[in-house]
Ligand binder design. Structure first.
Ligand code: NAP
Length: 294
C-alpha cells in the first residue's frame, strides 16, 4: 500500500481563500477582522513565526497589529497592553508569541486575554470550554489536525485513535477533539510502556512528540491514518541535514498507512490557517453584536 499524501498546504490554501471571502464581506460591512500579535524579546524562531502570521493575515484581508517590545519589557506593562487590546473593538484576536522572557509569567499573560479574543485557545477557560463541549476557540494545531483527518473521509465514530504526546497545546486538546468526534481515544506519553502495542491497534495516530522516527512502519496497522505534528531538524552528518522532518518515518509508514501528512506541508500550514479561521470567527461574532461565547 502507498498511502495518500494528505496535502496540508493545499487544504490550508483552500481554507484561506474561503476565509478571505468572509473577511472581505465583514470588511464591506464595516467589521474588518483584526488580529493583534505581541512579540516580546528577540527569539529568532519567534520572529519568523510572527512574520509568517502577519503575512498570512495580510493575504487574507485581516488587519494585523504587530506590537514588538524589548526583552526587558515588564509584565505589568504587557498586561496593561492586553487590557487595552481587550477593550479595542477593532481587535478580534490577541496572540502573545511564546516563549516570553523568563521574568514574565506566561500563565498570567494568557489568562489576561479576553476569552472572546483568545484565538490561540490557550486559556484555562478556552480549555474548559473544549472539555465541556461549549463554544470557544480551539487550539490551532490540533484543530488543524482534525481538518486534515476529516479530509481523508474517515468516519471517526467508534474508531480507535492514539495520540502520542500530552502537552496542553497539542496532545491533550487533540485527544479531546477526537473524543468529541466519537473516537475511542488513547493518550500515550514518555511513560507509556508499550507504545507500539497501542499504536498497532489504532485506526488513527497523531504523533506530537518532537522526536524523529518515534513512529515506524512496524508500529502502524495497515490502513491507519497518520498525522505527523512533529517538527524536528535532521542532524549533521545525515542526508538532508538541517532540513525539517516530523516524528514519523515517512517513507516506511507510507507503505502501511492509508493516509499520512508530510513534514513540511502537512500540519504546519494548517496551524496558521486555523488561527485565521478563529480570528474571522471572532470578528463575525463581534459583527453580530454577540462576542460573548455563551
Ligand atoms: P512537548 O510539550 O515537548 O510534548 C511532547 C510530548 O511527547 C510529551 O507529552 C512527552 O511525554 C511525549 N514524549 C516524549 N518522548 C516520548 C516517547 N519516547 N514516547 C512517547 N511520548 C513521548 O511538545 P509539543 O509542544 O506538544 O509539540 C510536539 C511536537 O510538535 C514538537 O516537535 C513541536 O515542534 C511540534 N509542533 C508543531 C506544530 C505545527 O504547527 N506543525 C505546532 C505545535 C507543535 P511526557 O509528557 O511524559 O514528557
Amino acid at each position: 500500500m502507498t498511502a495518500l499524501r494528505i496535502d496540508g498546504s493545499g487544504i490550508a490554501r483552500d481554507l484561506r481563500a474561503r476565509l478571505a471571502e468572509r473577511a472581505t464581506e465583514l470588511a464591506n460591512a464595516g467589521h474588518r477582522p483584526g488580529l493583534a500579535v505581541i512579540l516580546v524579546g528577540d527569539d529568532a524562531a519567534s520572529q519568523i513565526y510572527v512574520r509568517n502570521k502577519i503575512k498570512a493575515c495580510e493575504e487574507t484581508g485581516i488587519r494585523s497589529l504587530l506590537e514588538k517590545y524589548e526583552a526587558s519589557f515588564g509584565e505589568a506593562e504587557l498586561l496593561a497592553r492586553i487590557a487595552a487590546l481587550n477593550a479595542d473593538t477593532n481587535v478580534h484576536g490577541i496572540l502573545v508569541q511564546m516563549p516570553l522572557p523568563k521574568h514574565i509569567d506566561p500563565g498570567r499573560v494568557i489568562e489576561a486575554i479576553s476569552v472572546t479574543k483568545d484565538v490561540d485557545g490557550y486559556s484555562i477557560e478556552s480549555a474548559g470550554r473544549l472539555v465541556t463541549g461549549l463554544p470557544g476557540f480551539k487550539p490551532c494545531t490540533p484543530w488543524g489536525c482534525m481538518k486534515l483527518i476529516e479530509s481523508t473521509g474517515i468516519d471517526l465514530r467508534g474508531k480507535h485513535a492514539v495520540v502520542i504526546g500530552r502537552s496542553n497545546t497539542v496532545g491533550k486538546p487533540m485527544a479531546l477533539m477526537l473524543l468529541q468526534a466519537d473516537a475511542t481515544v488513547t493518550i500515550c506519553h514518555s511513560r507509556t510502556p508499550d507504545l507500539a502495542g497501542q499504536t498497532r491497534d489504532a485506526d488513527v495516530i497523531v504523533a506530537a512528540v518532537g522526536r524523529r522516527n518515534t513512529l515506524t512502519a512496524a508500529m502502524v496497522k495497515p490502513g491507519a491514518v497518520v498525522i505527523d505534528v512533529g517538527m524536528n531538524h535532521i542532524p549533521e552528518g545525515e542526508p538532508r541535514a538541517g532540513k525539517l522532518c516530523g516524528d514519523v518515518d515517512f517513507a516506511g509508514v507510507c507503505e502501511v498507512a492509508s493516509a499520512i501528512t508530510p513534514v513540511p506541508g502537512g500540519v504546519g500550514p494548517m496551524t496558521i490557517a486555523m488561527l485565521l479561521a478563529n480570528t474571522v470567527e471572532s470578528a463575525q461574532r463581534y459583527a453580530q453584536g454577540a462576542p460573548r461565547l455563551v
